[in-house]
Design a protein. Structure first.
Length: 139
């Protein structure tokens, strides 16, 4: 039986979930560690003014929306109907694409390992949660 395309609302919910994880990740969970490591490495973090912060938050959400759309597309292309397959595909995307690309950038930017680990794990978890949210719309 062919699968129907993911509803736009499902993709939006996946993007919001990914974005909320980032809000927690870089504030409550790892924000201080991340900022301190960057500052020690010569990447000083300055608190943006309100308009700049809004632009950054909106740009981040748009990126999360593109990522959620890509995850939905991959799940659709693979005909994924179960959580185990969706989880494996999400981990392949998170580790194989997001973390590896961030790793290449981190090497060239000479960012500390802890910054890379925080950034990469955010995207791995974000992609995984997006996939799980999308799969919930299937059931």
């Amino acid at each position: 039986m062919p699968m129907l395309p993911m509803p736009a609302l499902a993709i939006l919910a996946a993007a919001v979930s990914y974005w909320l994880i980032g809000a927690l990740w870089y504030s409550v969970l790892f924000g201080r560690t991340w900022a301190a490591a960057l500052t020690r490495a010569g990447w000083p973090i300055q608190r943006p003014d309100a308009p700049s912060m809004v632009v950054r938050l909106v740009a981040t959400f748009i990126g999360n929306l593109f990522a959620a759309t890509a995850v939905a597309w991959v799940l659709q292309c693979f005909g994924t109907t179960g959580m185990p397959v969706a989880t494996r595909l999400a981990l392949v995307l998170g580790v194989g694409v997001a973390a590896s690309v961030l790793g290449v950038s981190a090497v060239w930017d000479r960012k500390p390992l802890v910054v890379y680990l925080i950034d990469a794990s955010y995207h791995i978890i974000g992609v995984l949660v997006a996939a799980l949210v999308l799969m919930q719309w299937r059931h």
